[in-house]
Structure formats: C-alpha cells, structure tokens
Design a protein around this ligand. Structure first.
Ligand code: PLP
Length: 390
C-alpha cells in the first residue's frame, strides 16, 4: 500500500462528502428527504444547447484533439458575451482562458502565481474549493470575515496592515455562496484601489453572475475601472445554463494571469471536447430567454421559501442573488447540531455554516434547488420542529 503525499494529506476534508453520507443514511432508513444541502442545479440544460452538442458531436473535426487553449471561435464568443452582458471589452486571444469548469480554474490559480508560504486573503464564510488550491500551492490563508452588518462584504480597513502588506492573492465571490449577498460597482472600485495599494491579485468568482433578484443584474468585477490591471474573473456556464455536468467555464481579465493559467493548463490538458465548445457558443450567443426564465424561477422559489419562514415567525432576510438562502440557526444550536436536527427530525437536508469557515457558525445554507411545492413542504416540516425557546 502506498501512502499519500504530504501535500495531499494537507488538503481540507471535502465536507460535502460527509453531508452526502448523512443524507444517504436517512434515506436508507426509508425517509423522504428534501435535499437542500448541495448546490447542484435541478433543471436540465436548455434543449437548443443540447441540440448544438448533438450536431457538433457528428463532426469529425471534433473527434480529434481540439487545439491547445481552445478553439478561437469559443474565445471570441466569450468576448462577445462579456461585451453584450456587462459592457466589458477584452482581447479574446490574450484575456480569456477556457477552463474545465470553474472549480478546476479556482484550484489552479494559486498554483500559477503563489510560492510556498505566500499569503492569500479568503472570504469567511466562503466556497471551500478556494482552500484546496491554496493548500496545493502550500500557501497560507488569511480569512476576511464577511459580517452581516457589512452586508457580507469584507472590510479591507479591518485587516491588519501586516496581512494586507504580505497578501499576494485575494478571492472574492458575488453573488455570494453561501450568503446570497451581492456587491455593487463601488465595492469593486474599492477592491481595485486596495489591490493596487498592496499589489494583490484579485480573483473574482462570478459563478452566480446571472442570478440577481428584483431586477438587479449582478455586477462584473471587470466593470470597475482598472480591474483588469489587478485581476481576473471566473465565469462558469454551470449555473447560468444548467450545464454543471458539462464542465465548461472561463477566466477573463488580466493578461499575465491568463497567460499563467494557460501555461499550467498546457501541462495538464489539451482542451475541452470540441462539441462542448460549440455548444458553449450556442449557450453564450443564442437567445437568453432561458436565463431570464431561470432567474424568475429562482426568485419565485426564494419568495415562497422566505415568505413561508417569515410566516412561521422566523427572522430571515431574502438573498439578493445566487440560489442560496443563509439562515440564522435558532437559539441553543450550533450550525451542525441544527442541520442534524433538521435532517433527522424534519428530513430536510441543509449545509451547516461551519463548513464554509468559522464565520459561518450560527448559520445554515439552504439551496433553493427543488420545486416550490417541495420548498413549501420543507417550511411545513420546519414549523413542526420542537425548538429550544430563547
Ligand atoms: N464557485 C462557486 C461559488 C460555486 O458555488 C461553484 C459551484 O458550486 C463553483 C465556483 C464551481 O462551478 P463549476 O466548477 O461547476 O464551474
């Protein structure tokens, strides 16, 4: 038997794996679990995108290795998409890198620009995959608390000057997983100023870049003046077009970082299946009615769930974007004990906030990834729980 490398052993445990096994156990006992624990979109990919894949799969050109770094037509489509959606202009050859899903890109980036011991600023609570890339690069994380009183935005002034001075990289993510908070362009202006001051590379994870509520479209980091000087944005097709299984995303922005990503990928992969690249173009360039419909669906689910909880006396805020609700746990529970109670007594699975960092304690994350009927049923089950009284 071979033992794993020290680096592999240093990776954080994938806490979703623990969650899945807990859910499976309750299901195996014969219970009907409403699973709101994970972030897997429940809707199929729109048919016109699937059709584009089918047609492209017939073409022999797509049966060969596709060019390193992706077909030029895909990078042009990405540039056109950013211009159309966010008014941002980029050079498709130098400022776009095609990724095998956002997750791969997020894990690769620290390895592209950090040396062992370098400091990275990470949102807390935040998406755990940032930690994995940082561990693989043997770099050090410094947490940036996201506090409710700051609308879950980091307060750069509250970081110790020593930490800001040493930091080389910073992750941000709005609309935010897990809190559902959004950022405005002023916040991104402040981010650019802070990053320039301390020479920090910003990676803005824009996984929920299409999902904003009450008519407010999410803001791209690249809309802030000077953003391209200090960083990149990661955009995935997983959520916008329900293409999580297809593994297609891209990085866009600062050309030196894009070049480093391309370089590391030259060693790891050739490129995506050509038919997936053609289908990605169909998604980005054809009618966006499917996206409007999706956003309306999530907003309606959000309203049903949040209103339902408010009606049974819960003090909850509606998320402004993403497809997550971030709920304060009731008096007397930790995030984990409350998630366990919901799972075992109400058969509703949610993710304990502690899984997203120490500042996630006191909250649970609910994925609005099932029908309104099931969400109503979840509220109904929650209303019947016997909780400690405060
Ligand atoms: N970033 C955030 C915040 C996410 O929630 C997810 C998916 O859940 C991703 C990135 C990765 O998406 P993908 O790897 O499917 O592109």
């Amino acid at each position: 038997e071979f033992s794993p490398s020290k680096i592999l052993k240093s990776l954080p445990t994938q806490f979703f794996a623990t969650l899945v096994s807990k859910v499976e156990k309750v299901k195996a006992e014969g219970h009907d679990v409403i699973n709101l624990g994970q972030g897997n979109p429940d809707q199929p990919t729109p048919p016109h995108i699937v059709k584009a894949l089918q047609e492209a799969a017939e073409k022999p050109v797509n049966h060969k290795y596709s060019p390193f770094r992706g077909f030029p037509y895909l990078k042009e489509a990405i540039a056109d998409f950013y211009k159309r959606e966010f008014g941002v202009s980029v050079d498709p050859n130098k400022e776009v890198a095609v990724l095998f899903g956002g997750k791969a890109g997020l894990v690769e980036i620290p390895q592209c620009i950090l040396d062992p011991g370098d400091v990275v600023l990470v949102p807390d609570p935040g998406y755990p995959d940032y930690w994995s890339g940082i561990a693989l690069a043997q770099a050090n994380m410094k947490m940036m608390p996201l506090k409710e009183e700051n609308r879950f935005l980091p307060d750069f002034n509250a970081l110790s000057p020593d930490v800001s001075e040493k930091a080389k990289l910073m992750f941000l993510n709005y609309p935010n997983n897990p809190t559902g908070a959004t950022a405005n362009v002023e916040f991104f202006h402040d981010t650019v100023t802070f990053a320039k001051q301390h020479n920090i590379c910003v990676v803005h994870d824009f996984a929920y870049g299409a999902i904003g509520f009450e008519g407010k479209k999410p803001v791209s980091f690249l809309q802030a003046e000077g953003a391209k000087d200090v960083g990149i944005e990661i955009y995935t097709l997983s959520k916008t077009y329900n293409m999580a299984g297809w593994r297609v995303a891209f990085a866009i922005g600062n050309r030196s970082v894009i070049e480093h990503i391309n370089l590391i990928q030259d060693h790891l992969y050739v490129s995506l299946f050509g038919a997936v690249q053609e289908a990605a173009c169909a998604a980005l360039l054809q009618s966006q009615d499917c996206v409007d419909k999706l956003v309306r669906m999530y907003e309606s689910r959000r309203n049903t769930f949040i209103n339902g909880l408010q009606e049974i006396g819960w003090d909850v805020d509606a998320p402004q974007g993403s497809f997550f609700a971030w709920l304060k746990v009731p008096y007397g529970y930790t995030s984990e004990s409350f998630a366990d109670l919901l799972l075992t007594k109400a058969h509703v699975a949610v993710a304990p906030g502690i899984g997203f960092g120490n500042n996630g304690e006191g909250f649970v994350r609910v994925g609005l990834l099932t029908s309104e009927e099931r969400l109503k049923e979840a509220v109904e089950r929650i209303s019947k729980l016997e909780l400690f009284s405060s």
